[in-house]
Design a binder for this molecule. Sequence first.
Ligand code: COA
Length: 171
Amino acid sequence: MGASPLLHSKNLMPGGYGWGMINPSRATTTDMAETSEFLRVADLTLSGLDSPSVHLWICRDKTTGHIFATTGYESSEDGGHALIRSVAVDPGLRGSGIGLELAHFAMERALEAGAKRAWLFSRRSGPFWQKVGFTTADTKDLAEALVSTHQVQLFTETGQLGREVAWTRQL
Ligand SMILES: CC(C)(COP(=O)(O)OP(=O)(O)OC[C@H]1O[C@@H](n2cnc3c(N)ncnc32)[C@H](O)[C@@H]1OP(=O)(O)O)[C@@H](O)C(=O)NCCC(=O)NCCS
């Protein structure tokens, strides 16, 4: 079996995976209110944040203790697909490579957990996701692969699915 394209591409990134700007820790129940507020300000989906299928990490500023970045994914029922979500950086810290690290971190965790393919919704940040190997996909294919996820269920119920842009890559 060949190496994962994700592992391969990491080696091509400057410094490889783990550039050291971030050290995410798993979000716990006590982190949830602040995490939710951080994601609300970043205009990201809040549905199912406390669900066991949603895996969330946060980065806290060592001095202030405030959350400055988040990342995560939501698994499909069979674990083979991962919906990358909650990737966000404090507006004052954007543009310095933290987002790329967060994206790689979430993909790496999903790969370790057995996911073979990553998906996500993004209307505004397509060029960012292209930098980490995503290409556009059919929202119907995403919804089929990740039918049980909170984000797909919410977007289906609200009709937002048809207005979304889907992205995917192999892990
Ligand atoms: C998207 C986001 C996480 C990027 O974080 P960041 O720390 O600014 O990203 P980086 O500094 O690692 O950017 C890496 C590259 O992507 C580009 N990029 C970042 N965000 C971009 C965007 N929204 N659109 C186009 N390009 C973008 C950067 O310019 C940079 O390009 P360069 O290497 O040619 O200079 C951040 O803008 C954010 O929190 N947005 C709000 C939440 C969101 O939309 N999240 C994504 C959906 S889950």
